[in-house]
Design a protein around this ligand. Sequence first.
Ligand code: OGA
Ligand code: NI
Length: 363
Amino acid sequence: MASEAEIKIGQVDDVQELHRAGLETVPDRYIRDGDDRPGGDNVCALAHIPVIDVGELTRDDELNKLRLACEEWGFFQVVNHGIEDELLDEMEKLAREFFMLPLEEKEKYPMAPGGIQGYGHAFVFSEDQKLDWCNMLALGVEPAFIRQPKLWPTTPAKFKETLEKYSVEIRGLCRRLLAHIAETLGLAPGTFGDLFGEAVQAVRMNFYPPCPRPELVLGLSAHSDGSAVTVLQQDMSCAGLQVIKDGAWVPVHPIPHALVINLGDSLEVLTNGRYRSVEHRAVTNSEQDRLSVVTFYAPAYDVELGPLPEFVTDEAPCRYRRFNHGEYSRHYVTRRLEGKKTLEFAKINQITTAAPEELCSCK
Ligand code: OGA
Ligand code: NI
């Protein structure tokens, strides 16, 4: 991959500034090719992703609902999740205040070309790449060595302290959810916690200003997450997040103080595809802006991942090779978002000449 100095990303406008300028059309770099446009008949507006009551997961019927949600959707909303409404509201308010600051203020925390932390456009690596109609602030949170304190906004004043508190709570929720997800797979509740070591946690705040031509652009390109689980908090403005289900895009309608959970690539690999990381994207609209605060929770970088032996059988042959998670993370963040393409990194090529035992970790 090109080094940071070699990456040329061309002119990348700040979409909030474009919106502020009262543009009636959108620059060419945002206009998607036909298939990639959000309109069309493959949007299934009436379907809903499942809603799980976390407080009820000690009961078999709710746990079964969670299993079905993981098997059939890879996406669900959680309510009764134990995180106080006030903390969610405060985080949302401060994130919004940050995005409302003048551009010069936000640019004090710049994301380097090809970088992943700070304010700017992540996943842009070339001059001819289509751009997302979105501004981002991305920050590494845990473990401490991934933090870049200079990129943590000092305005609004309570931003840092609130993000710290928020992240502790979200981390607890991820751990609890992973324990329940393990149960749904017939594994000991501590399986993922033990395996992940000191988990990596990062946050990305996405701000989608209104767009004059929403039918031509995407807020965020279709992708799966490189995490184990992702926790997404969204404001109540509109349904901008869409999830793929049976080839159609299903909008995720905001529920007050619920959190959207999705399974990431690590869980797909560990379960040998029993559970899958599901493609999703964000769309924009011409009336309203939209904000999301997204936490990625993933294994420690030094963890070796591969399908757990429980999931490799004669009927379900090993589909992923063993790899170092840090290496996968680097692979993920040095490519543009493009559906589930990054997971090709781990797929065992069916026409390989190597004996499966040589590739699969569990034999
Ligand atoms: C992400 C993501 C969707 C959204 O940040 O990985 O999928 O609605 N965001 O912001
Ligand atoms: Ni995502």
